[in-house]
Design a protein around this ligand. Structure first.
Ligand code: SAH
Length: 255
């Protein structure tokens, strides 16, 4: 009998209707190459294999190897590796991610996918409900680096709330499925933009002037942005305002 490993965030799904619904939310069809992170016992992998052209599924737990291989899914490649250590530049074909993510590393996985490849077409991921709310947040209390970076790529949407009793073993929190279609909305360097947004949010309660002056000269900031703008907090800026501010920093060769 398989022992679930808490340290790997193993909360498996079995409900066929739910699994089909997730794959539908992702809009998967026979042309798609899908990457799954955390195959578990392969419940989602199986539905993906029926709907996609090809699936590449990562699983860190070697103990699941036999179970997964015994499914004999013809269009699925399993890799028993830590996804966080995978070099995503290896993936040179456009791909969609569909996954019931291990919750202890949800945010690092999302940032890795957004930063390390430009082949990602869309994300459809099961995450903790509270993380889902941060992902789709507009300027407000829940809004932070994660929300801004997702808004940079498109419009993240919660497609469904999934109650905790749908998982085995049952976690302590409810979950939600979030989708994001990757668009190239803004013509700026994503790594540099990320660093800028991170600086702006470094101390949540502080003003933009306080946070930005940790790396840019105060007087120069005032000249470029004006004092009113700098009194605001990062959590009040829309994605458009962030991009505009970043462009100004660039134009004035402050980086
Ligand atoms: N997709 C399955 C399992 C989801 S649970 C289902 O929906 O039923 C999350 C899975 O991610 C677990 O099987 C866990 O072992 C795996 N996992 C955890 N950390 C991982 C990592 N760093 N890389 C790859 N897989 C990981």
């Amino acid at each position: 009998m398989f022992n679930f490993k808490k340290k790997y965030g193993q909360n498996f799904l079995t409900d066929k209707n739910l699994l089909n619904a997730i794959v539908r939310d992702a809009g998967i069809n026979k042309d798609d190459f899908v990457v799954e992170i955390g195959a578990g016992a392969g419940a989602l992998t199986e539905v993906l294999s029926q709907n996609a052209r090809e699936v590449l599924a990562f699983e860190i737990d070697e103990e699941l190897r036999e179970t997964l291989l015994s499914l004999q899914l013809k269009n699925v490649n399993f890799r028993f590796e830590d996804f966080m250590k995978v070099d995503l530049s290896e993936l040179n074909e456009p791909f969609k991610v569909v996954a019931n993510l291990p919750y202890y590393i949800t945010t690092p996985i999302i940032f890795k996918l957004l930063e390390e490849t430009d082949k990602l077409l869309s994300l459809t991921i099961m995450v903790q409900k509270e993380v889902a709310e941060r992902m789709v947040a507009k300027p407000s209390g829940d809004y932070g680096l994660l929300s801004v970076m997702l808004a940079f790529y498109g419009e993240a949407k919660i497609t469904r709330i999934v109650k905790r009793n749908m998982f085995h073993p049952e976690p302590n929190v409810d979950s939600a499925v979030v989708t994001l279609e990757i668009q190239k909305k803004f013509d700026v360097d994503k790594k540099m933009f990320y660093n800028f947004v991170k600086t702006a949010f470094s101390m949540r309660r502080k003003t933009l002037l306080n946070n930005l002056s940790t790396i840019y000269e105060k007087e120069k900031l005032k000249r470029v942005f004006g004092e009113e703008f700098l009194k605001r907090r990062a959590e009040t800026l829309t994605i458009e305002e962030f991009v505009e501010a970043y462009k100004k920093i660039n134009q004035h060769k402050m980086i």
